[in-house]
Design a protein around this ligand. Structure first.
Ligand code: PGA
Length: 251
């Protein structure tokens, strides 16, 4: 049943990209039609580039998203950006709860849940990130961490249309390390069970992305794993050729 889920390849540019990066994004737009049969494509550049990229992407096969938002719609929150502002700039999806935000900004599951609700309020899709650290993995706590973060970060009312889960083991992010296919299958299967028991048919149809050192050379193997419905890609999403090659690796 989950085999029918259309993959999503989402690029997370993190704090990378000046205006000149538009050329790389143009290359992604130009190559997108060729891989459109394989997967939906989403690029989440820094907030400063969203409006320009969204204008370029209009009518093309790449959607534009954002990397974080504030839970409130407006107010006295210097330096923060509301989901409504990101949607107004052209973002159709917003990542929340990335491990770098959990670590660098001490974001809790409760805050991430509020942010996911803010994303919906703005009419966008929430991509909620979860994943264990190396220490938690070594202590045999992976499934407990995954369960706790899913329970705490996903709001009631999550559907296959408004929410995407991204499983990103923290130790695999930016390290070149990846879990084995067997590990990914086990953890994604566990996530699927939890989603199905809580959200019923929506949990069956919800996308579960894998993230952490996805690159062209390992994409096909990872994307073929049961219950892997695409990828959240960091470093390799900065280059059009790599990003498109990862999408080509989808089954
Ligand atoms: P990476 O990052 O692909 O560079 O490992 C993934 C992510 O943090 O989303």
């Amino acid at each position: 049943m989950t085999d029918a889920i259309r993959p999503l390849i989402a690029g997370n540019w993190k704090m990378n990209g000046l205006k000149a990066a538009a050329a790389e994004f143009d290359a992604m737009l130009n190559g997108a039609a060729e891989v459109a049969g394989k997967a939906d494509l989403l690029v989440c550049p820094p907030a400063t580039l969203i409006a320009a990229f969204a204008d370029k992407a209009h009518g093309k096969k790449v959607a534009v998203g954002a990397q974080d938002c504030h839970p409130k719609a407006s107010g006295a929150h210097t330096g923060d950006i509301a989901a409504e502002m990101l949607a107004d700039a052209g973002a159709t999806a917003i990542i929340v709860g990335h491990s770098e935000r959990r670590a660098d900004h001490g974001e809790s599951d409760a805050l991430i849940r509020q942010k996911a609700e803010a994303v919906w309020r703005a009419g966008a899709v929430a991509i909620v990130c979860i994943g264990e650290t190396q220490a938690q993995r070594d202590a045999g706590q992976t499934l407990d961490i995954v369960r706790g973060q899913l329970n705490g970060s996903l709001p009631d009312g999550s559907t296959a249309a408004n929410l995407v889960v991204a499983y990103e083991p923290v130790w695999a992010i930016g390290t070149g390390l990846t879990p084995t296919s067997e590990d990914v299958e086990q953890i994604h299967g566990f996530i699927r069970e939890l989603l199905t028991s809580r959200f019923k048919a929506d949990g069956v149809a919800m996308r579960i992305l894998y993230g952490g050192s996805v690159k062209p050379s390992n994409a096909a193997e990872l994307m073929a794993v049961k219950n892997v419905n695409g990828a959240l890609v960091g470093g390799a999403s900065l280059k059009a050729a790599d990003f498109l090659a990862i999408a080509k690796g989808c089954p």
